[in-house]
Design a protein around this ligand. Sequence first.
Ligand code: UDP
Length: 329
Amino acid sequence: MAVLVTGGAGYIGSHMVLALHDAGEEAVVLDDLSTGFPWAVPDDVPLVEGDIADAALVAKIIAEYDVTAVAHFAARIVVPESVADPLGYYLANTVKSRALIEAVVTAGIRDFVFSSTAAVYGNTTVSPVPEDAPLAPVSPYGRSKLMTEWMLADAAQAHGLRYVVLRYFNVAGADPAGRSGQSTPHATHLIKVACQAALGLRPGLDVFGTDYPTPDGSCVRDYIQVTDLAEAHLAALAHLRGGGASGIYNCGYGRGYSVLEVAEAVKRISGVDFPVRLAPRRAGDPASIVADVRRIRADLGWVPTRADLDGIVMQALAWERELLAREGA
Ligand code: UDP
């Protein structure tokens, strides 16, 4: 009995594999290694290199490893890239998910957990934002994920599939035991960029916009620690296995930090006063997006334990140092 983790060699997927592993569950990873890393998958977890849309391959994995549930992480996730290459994003995230869902339905698998995003809410002015807020994604990335949410709902209605959609807010940090982290070389995410500035890998941090209607003028985000997020997936799996209904859940802490607050935390924890430049707004950034987390806490009983921003920054810094040490080795 195993959980099929697509994208299990990537940032969030690899933390899911570790969480399953730590919980004594069997996993099998399907990843095309386009952005993932084979070393991110523990040695005793099978890693199949291939395409999630390869129905024959998915059927073979399901049979061979006795797969009983799927956690679907494999996706392209860079918003500006999705604006430049929308058809590529609809193929990778929507069309291929359709093929995967079909293979899963054909194999008679019932339980499916899907990685979605707060980007489905677009430039919301509702804060904190609940799951039933209007859905108005402003990028092909957000739309490619929302379409997959809709496919899951329709497939569930028609074929008895049951699913949990998790809408991630700003995922950050690294495995507290140092086994994985955000390893994408050109990642643009704030905490990673700030940590790289602290380590001298970048000249400094540009703060994109300081004239937003927020307490200090910079954007506010709800940063969720990646292991806590992986554990939300375990809670979702337990819910589905226990006969729980399909549902859609925000994954965040319900607490926001501004870009300037994050920059200060990284400076304080690293002890490095790296340059912080006030830069123009970045296109498409909502001023503030914070999760309403009442539903996930009530329905899935998920209790995050790593919500402390300082802890997240410490893990992110430790992981950047680890990547540097590996490069130098
Ligand atoms: N940000 C920034 N400088 C950077 C990277 C990000 O000011 O070098 C800001 C960005 O404009 C946003 C917040 O940090 O307001 C979080 O951005 P990130 O790209 O980490 O995640 P997003 O919220 O876009 O998914």
